[in-house]
Design a protein around this ligand. Structure first.
Ligand code: AMP
Length: 613
């Protein structure tokens, strides 16, 4: 029998990356060529023009801040103009540039480099370590991503793998990988929770585990909540303290910023074991044109760190609460609570978890290695026939299409098990409409512009007919990696258009809102199901009633301030109701009915009390 081609599992982390494989039926971490299990996810170009990756890049970061890129995972698959990116940029020592489509580029090696290319540099290094370990090239790999990564972020990670010369068998979620490693070789039956706080992201997942099946019930989190935010709190505290004392803003100096970052992280890590950390940054500021250099010297206590980061820890617990509710699971129903990610070594985090879940977390897993080990278990299961593992993951965010009125029609709600597929019928929203624009959105808001636009395409050649007469069938498919394909078919002609959604890479909320307004001629209308038809009729009746009462209310209140105000509010509610009628979203219709019912009650009360006086 020919020897099987090696496969690897890669945890591509914000701060560090880890690679593992299954050998002799046991998952194990592959050490890098320096003998370490963690490879810093840092890329740099040295002063002599040499590309550096990993520990060697991290080590020279302070003296080469502008050409050293770290925490790229926080930016991958995001838009330059997003608030989170704008916020993150304030404390990044390297140069972040806006690409042509609002995508993010980084200035490195004298050119503008995309985020997948940066991540690919880290992956190439990891691949080289694995090649050295096996003594032959390794191509097949699984890469993990935070469960809460959206489609664009997943696609970008997959692209990074491809650029690095890897055949990415699958993208899997980090907490799910951790559960696989936890369950490996054990008989576990029951529900478990994975609390994963890493360098840049936070995930919480609840899984039902039994007989080799890992079934994710619910997942949630925040892709902008992790160790970097804790470090930034310390940096801000140091920067503001220094500005108060010396009137100097250290953030303007990239080298000072990089030194602050290194010291802040060091102090944070020390404070997991000791009560007070010393921060020493001699010659942190030299006045231009000479003068006496300034030093920064401060003691940071564990209490102070806990105080600076209290809201970050609270945010993690708020997500836990939401996910447990969504999974319809009580903390006491859980068999095990597993901590993953370097940040779960912080005592305040452990205390908060213990208090919320009312139990001690599981001690049997290595927080830094467990994700890569799980990825290796899954990679092995994919290529070997004996391995018995079934992974049932979920889609972390809802998916839908934009419909007339600026709303979203959700086709796949969040926490639906993947792979999944669904088809729904829509109508044209305007008389004579011959094209429809299918805008694929991901997120939880009912309003289209508050979601992420994943992609869009146009279906043309529709029969010219009255609004609502032409039917369009829209199909969504999500594969087991969480990657989305969307198709649309004109029911009459059978003509179809489809896309595998790729990150739109670039529309801001405002742009999306504008498109929604401008393109209303091309938009779909949700097909009026019975429920929606009934609601529409109910709303139309209330609109008539409220409209009829306005002159009467105006008469009895005789232009009083109260009357003017009540009528103005009613007019606004009527406008909203008409938009809801156009859009046809069930929630929007229900909301409009509630609002107008309140107006109706107010009007009736006014007419009864004042009108009969
Ligand atoms: P990961 O993405 O899982 O590698 O987590 C990396 C994050 O964990 C970084 O922000 C580290 O600073 C942080 N970290 C690692 N060790 C510790 C520790 N002992 N105490 C607090 N934070 C830590």
């Amino acid at each position: 029998m020919s020897e099987r081609e090696p496969v690897i599992g890669i945890d591509l982390g914000t701060t560090n990356s880890v690679v593992a494989t299954v050998q002799g039926n046991q998952p194990a971490v592959i050490r890098n060529r320096s003998g370490a299990t963690l490879t810093p996810s840092v890329v740099a170009v040295s002063k002599t023009g040499k590309r550096l990756v990993g520990q060697i890049a991290k080590r020279q970061a302070i003296t080469n801040p502008e050409e050293t890129v770290y925490a790229a995972k926080r930016l991958i698959g995001r838009k330059f103009s997003s608030q989170q990116v704008q916020e993150a940029m304030k404390v990044l020592s390297y140069q972040v540039i806006c690409g042509e489509h609002d995508d993010i580029r980084i200035r490195l090696e004298g050119r503008e480099v995309s985020l997948p290319e940066i991540s690919a540099m880290v992956l190439r290094e990891i691949k080289a370590d694995a090649d050295a370990f096996f003594g032959k090239p390794v191509t097949k790999a699984i890469i993990t991503v935070p469960a809460y990564f959206n489609d664009g972020q997943r696609q970008a990670t997959k692209d990074a793998g491809r650029i690095a010369g890897l055949d990415v068998l699958r993208i899997i979620n980090e907490p799910t990988a951790a559960a696989l490693a936890y369950g490996f070789g054990k008989t576990v039956n029951g529900k478990i929770a994975i609390f994963d706080l890493g360098g840049g992201t936070f995930d919480i997942s609840v899984l039902e585990v039994g007989n080799g099946v890992f079934d994710v019930i619910a997942t949630g989190g925040d892709t902008f909540l992790g160790g970097e935010d804790f470090d930034n709190r310390i940096i801000e505290w140091l920067v503001f303290g220094f500005a108060k004392e010396h009137g100097v803003d250290l953030r303007k100096d990239r080298m000072a910023l990089q030194r602050l970052k290194t010291e802040a992280e060091k102090a944070k890590i020390e404070l997991s074991t000791i009560k007070e950390a010393q921060i020493n940054l001699p010659f942190i500021y030299t006045p231009p044109g000479g003068g006496t250099a300034l030093h920064l010297q401060k003691a940071l206590s564990r209490e102070k760190l806990d105080e600076l980061c209290a809201d970050l820890v609270d945010r993690c617990i708020t997500h836990c609460d939401a996910v447990l509710k969504e999974a319809k699971v009580k903390a006491s129903d859980l068999k095990e609570m597993i901590l993953v990610g370097g940040m779960t070594r912080m005592p305040k985090v452990v205390d908060a978890v213990k208090a919320y879940f009312k139990r001690d977390p599981c001690k049997g897993v290595h927080p830094d290695e467990v994700v890569a080990l799980g990825a290796a278990v899954q990679a092995n299961a994919l290529v070997s026939e004996e391995a018995q593992v079934l992974l049932l993951d979920v889609t972390p965010q809802s998916l839908g299409v934009a419909i007339a009125g600026g709303y979203v029609r959700k086709l796949i709600p969040r926490n639906t098990t993947v792979p999944t597929s669904t088809t729904e019928l829509f109508n044209t929203s305007k008389d004579g409409q011959t094209t429809v624009k299918i805008m694929v959105l991901q997120g939880e808001s009912e309003l289209a512009h508050q979601n992420e636009l994943l992609g869009e395409f146009i279906l043309t050649g529709l029969r010219e007919a009255k609004r609502g007469e032409v039917e369009i069938e829209v199909t969504f498919d999500i594969n087991s990696e969480g990657i989305v394909s969307v198709g649309a078919r004109d029911k009459e002609t059978g003509q179809r258009q489809s896309i595998t959604v790729t990150a739109s890479g670039g529309l801001t909320e405002d742009e999306l809102k504008k498109i929604m307004e401008e393109q209303s001629d091309y938009l779909l209308e949700a097909k009026a199901g019975e429920e929606s038809r009934n609601k529409k009729t109910e709303l139309e009746n209330i609109i008539k009633e409220v409209t009829a009462l306005i002159p009467q209310v105006q008469q009895v209140t005789e232009g009083s301030e109260f009357g003017v105000d009540a009528v103005a509010k009613a007019v606004k509610s009527l406008e909203g109701a008409k938009r809801a009628l156009e859009g046809g979203s069930l929630t929007a219709l229900s909301d409009a009915i509630d609002t107008l019912n309140r107006t109706l009650n107010l009007f009736r009360g006014v007419l009864q009390r004042i009108g009969t006086r």
